[in-house]
Design a protein around this ligand. Structure first.
Ligand code: DGJ
Length: 467
């Protein structure tokens, strides 16, 4: 006989009149809770790692200096007097600091492009100023000449334990091929500089030279060679250079590949092509820890980036490619990896004029990539909105200091491109990301990335390159 127990608890929940919330509701809530817990612990984990590094960094006095937010207050000069006729012809528009930056006759010219007297000269007895970077100042090589390695990148050569800096050698006159065309310098070639300390640079010469006479050659001086990057292939023992190859009007939109047995060249130019059959303008290559290298390029009228692995010998692309940051209109990609996460800095698309940098992150290099926001810290609002009046080109890892990198950028001088300057600044990954992100319910799956403005700064002394 069954005795009815009126005090017995029901095994299902009554949610509403007559309705029963089944076990599945309980299971789903549990799953939800577990998911939240997992995400929370992931976020904690990332924070923890970042926090740890920040802590270690903040204990080091020279790291503390790097993390300091340094203000920069550039005053707009008073408006220039205009003749009444000029004022009538062209009504006055209020000028911005970017206009001043682009105006070669601006009173602020020396602020953005300080003259030779303040040049960084590692061969001079600089005393306490040794190893200091001064973003925007002229930077001389060991022979006393301004370094010509624009839109460049750095290769660390394990064999010779030497850093090599490759970039556009632009020591020629700036001109406009057409009235509306961008300012340009004829191709001279790819310059290469070597260094043990990332501060003193010896000119190793032009490692890939322009073609003077053959007009059909990609490297004919009237074409465009930009953003050369070199990676070393362990399997073939070759140094492989990738670069943006174009015609004067930027309609060829291709990549070029060259190869050498030596870091100091000479490089043998192989071919150009449109990777995966698509337009390719600003580009970079990135070699992952497993030896797989990737090409990343601005495509489809610079509206999106494409990324894909290279062949094993690094001389070509494979068939695999993903479109990333579609519709974002980004260029000047600079990629690096930190604790399994991929990070990338990009610029907007405004020719030689500076614009706002953005940082992006991805768990897998092939995407999806998510935008974290503007990484620039310090300076002034205008400094941050213009990437310190510069454009990204490369990020240098500093083994021994996890989370610390050098952000390399170009302060282009469109009136005289050979006089474009280098803006090198500390880039630090650590701490929670600032913004909620799209793909992970707002949980920061990666760390904050900051590029700190400094008028002068140096690498922490414990860094092996400075011992
Ligand atoms: C912006 C690119 O990032 C540069 O490398 C160069 O191509 C200029 N545009 C030319 O205007």
């Amino acid at each position: 006989m069954r005795i009815k127990n009126k005090y017995r608890k029901p095994t299902t929940f009554n949610c509403n009149a007559g309705g029963r919330c089944s076990m599945s509701a309980v299971v789903w809530s549990l799953v939800g809770c577990l998911l939240m817990l997992h995400l929370y612990s992931l976020a904690r984990h990332k924070d923890g790692v970042g926090g740890e590094i920040q802590l270690r960094m903040s204990q080091h006095p020279q790291f503390r200096e790097l993390l300091e937010v340094e203000e920069e207050n550039i005053q707009m000069p008073p408006p220039r007097k205009r003749s009444p006729r000029a004022a009538k012809r062209k009504p006055k528009r209020s000028t911005t600091l970017i206009d001043e930056f682009l105006d070669e006759n601006s009173q602020l010219r020396n602020t953005f492009f300080p003259d030779q007297r303040t040049a960084i000269d590692p061969m001079k007895d600089t005393g306490n100023d040794s190893f200091y970077y001064y973003p925007g100042r002229m930077w001389l090589d060991t022979e006393g000449n301004p370094i010509q390695a624009h839109g460049g990148g750095i290769l660390y050569d394990q064999k010779s334990r030497t850093y090599y800096w490759y970039g556009e050698y632009k020591d020629g006159p700036t001109y406009h091929a057409h009235k509306k065309g961008a300012a340009r310098v004829d191709i001279i070639g790819v310059g290469c500089y070597s260094s043990k300390d990332l501060w003193t640079w010896k000119n190793e010469g032009i490692v890939l030279a322009a073609e003077e006479s053959n007009e059909t050659h990609d490297l004919h001086k009237l074409n465009v060679l930009e953003r050369p990057k070199v990676i070393y292939n362990e399997k073939t023992g070759k140094y492989v250079m990738w670069m943006h190859i174009d015609d004067t009007n930027y309609t060829k939109a291709s990549i070029g590949v060259a190869v050498s047995d030596y870091a100091t060249g000479p490089f043998n130019y192989l071919h150009s092509k449109r990777p995966h059959g698509f337009e390719s303008r600003d580009m970079t290559v990135f070699k992952d820890d497993d030896g797989v290298a990737y090409l990343i390029y601005s495509s489809d009228d610079n509206s999106e980036l494409h990324i894909g692995p290279l062949t094993e010998d690094y001389l070509d692309v494979t068939q695999f490619m993903r479109r990333i940051l579609v519709g974002h209109h980004r260029e000047a990609p600079a990629l690096f990896k930190y604790q399994g996460t991929y990070y990338m800095i990009t610029s907007g698309c405004t020719g030689w004029a500076p614009n706002e940098a953005l940082a992006h992150a991805a768990e897998s290099i092939m995407g999806p990539w998510e935008t974290m926001g503007n990484p620039c810290a310090g300076g002034s609002k205008m400094f941050r909105l213009t990437t310190f009046f510069a454009q990204s080109t490369f990020v240098i890892p500093l083994p021994g200091f996890p989370g610390l990198y050098i952000f390399m950028a170009d302060r282009w001088n469109p009136a005289d491109l050979r006089d474009s300057r280098y803006v090198w600044l500390p880039l630090i990954v650590g701490g929670p990301a600032d913004r909620p992100l799209e793909y992970n319910f707002g949980f920061p799956l990666w760390s904050r990335l900051s590029i700190y403005w400094h008028r002068k700064w140096r690498l922490p002394q414990g860094w092996s390159g400075l011992k």
